[in-house]
Write a protein that binds this ligand. Sequence first.
Ligand code: SIN
Length: 334
Amino acid sequence: MGGTIAGLAANPDQSPSNYKAGELELETLLKKVEGAIPGELKLVSQQLANIDSRDLSEDLLTLLGNTVKASLSQPDVQGIVITHGTDTVEETGFFLSATCGKLAEKLGKRVVVTGAMLPANAPQADGPLNLLDALKWVANPPESCPGGVFAVFAGKVCLARDLSKRHTSAFNAPLMDAPCSPLGLINPSWLSRLKAVEAASGEDLPIPTQQWPWVEILTSHAGARAQALKSLLDLGVEGLILAGTGFGGVHLAWMGALNQAEVKGTALVRASRTGAGVIQGNFVGDGLNCVSSGSLSAPRARIALQLALNAAKADKSLTWQDFFARIAVLPEFG
Ligand code: SIN
């Protein structure tokens, strides 16, 4: 997909962090790890994109999801490694988990997302080792770990649905907040979480085939005004993630517009801008009829809501809230 793992710095020795993402082809990245690839693995590569992931689009997510599904279904494919920019890997990790996780589980295959914090030509480049570790995780014998969607960074592995970049430069930034374990070790707590998530989610949500539902994230803050919210409603936004303060409280200045949104049928999800913890139910007691994001961050809740709105359009027997609850409001496991 591109990202820093495929990035190049103009002056790598002096300023490795000043670089352009998505410059090298995937074939070139694979050449760097060629000699160390484990066992009998035969690598087949597909360059779907080569972007800075801040420019990730919904069309690209659709392309990626469909490619992952088609590849998983091929009998001779043992697993899939995706090289991706870290900036929006949170969205992609969650998207793939919600749309391909059950298939991967059923087939006992692993999909592994990886990337890098330093460009490919930096002296301390972390990309080659991350890529190699990701390939090793895919190559693990099936009995050592179930199928599913994972992420590998800085010598650790976590569920891809738990990724979120929480630091501008640390090597472990994408999984800093995620329950993870050193590679080679299966941490029983995340294994039980994987099983619980998979059991609760029932089946994969469909990948949108046309334009994704329009959903925006609004962050509540001191001095919040209603104008931005009103403009979005006037323009026809289908859903809003309210990244509120604390337990998801929103500024009083928004309440009138949010009540109108409720009447209009705009899908509302309450998340927290704190970056950690869980929201279940209306703890802030503002009377708003929102769905809670559970443990999902605002970016993940946005993908979840888009997928839920899309699924409810295709299957009228269930509401978007039903679909959202399948993938978002899951119990927490220690
Ligand atoms: C990107 O997300 O494409 C750039 C940043 C990174 O990969 O770390």
